[in-house]
Write a protein that binds this ligand. Structure first.
Ligand SMILES: C[S@@+](CC[C@H](N)C(=O)[O-])C[C@H]1O[C@@H](n2cnc3c(N)ncnc32)[C@H](O)[C@@H]1O
Length: 216
């Protein structure tokens, strides 16, 4: 596909003028064309800005991935979330063990109703109320997070933990995002782009697979 697109552009642009990639999205096309042309990449959405800044600004010399990983693993944001959300992390582990033994309902409830945001906002559940066990885990987390209930360092676990990712995955995503937002460009966008790619390709897919296995 990329080579076909470039072939058309080569024909239309024999003098190697600047190419304007309107609706550039992921920046994949712009990145490919950048091998030969100067490219102006445009998109209305911020996700595209992150991807394009990551793809189109060149590499970073001497990037120390191990040091970054170790800094994130030892970050205060991660430690605080692991302590605050321990009740749901423990409950999720127990549900996984039940799942392995063929008891599906507790894990299914997490996938359907595991949004801490919904609990904190007192939103209504469509069919039945929360089980006592999940409700207890949520109440304990609510006490733990206290003034951190709207922290920018726990957005993923509060909104998407349980539903789209395991709570543990969501806490790791929060830790990586928090670290990324503290960095200067271009490192910030490169980490965020890598995180978006991993999140889109892995987390949701993993949960959707479990969800359809349980429903099927
Ligand atoms: C199909 S995707 C882009 C495909 C792109 N070539 C790629 O490889 O990812 C369409 C993009 O158009 C963008 N878009 C939609 N309406 C727009 C507008 N009015 N101005 C700029 N971008 C727009 C969307 O944000 C989206 O990223």
């Amino acid at each position: 596909m990329l080579s076909s697109i470039k072939q058309y552009i080569d024909e239309l642009n024999p003098e190697n003028g600047i190419v304007c990639d309107l609706f550039c999205g992921s920046g994949v096309v712009s990145e490919y064309l950048l091998q030969q042309y100067d490219v102006l990449a445009v998109d209305i959405q911020n996700y595209s800005k992150v991807y394009c800044e990551a793809r189109l600004t060149g590499g970073i010399k001497d990037i120390d991935c191990d040091r970054i990983a170790s800094t994130i693993k030892n970050s205060l944001a991660l430690k605080i979330n692991l302590a605050d959300y321990k009740p749901v992390l423990d409950y999720e582990e127990a549900c996984k063990k039940s799942l392995e033994q063929g008891v599906l309902e507790p894990m299914y409830e997490i996938i359907e109703k595991g949004s801490l945001y919904a609990f904190l906002e007192n939103l209504e559940y469509a069919d039945s109320p929360l089980s006592a066990e999940l409700g207890k885990a949520f109440s304990e987390v609510q006490k733990n997070i206290a003034s951190r209930s709207e922290s920018v360092d726990s957005v993923f676990v509060r909104y998407y933990g349980g539903l789209y990712f395991t709570y543990r995955q969501a806490i790791d995503i929060d830790a990586i995002a928090s670290y990324a937002f503290e960095q200067k460009e271009p490192l910030k966008c490169k980490i965020l782009a890598a995180l978006m790619g991993a999140v889109n390709g892995c987390g949701q897919h993993c949960w959707e697979t479990i969800r359809s296995a349980i429903k099927g």
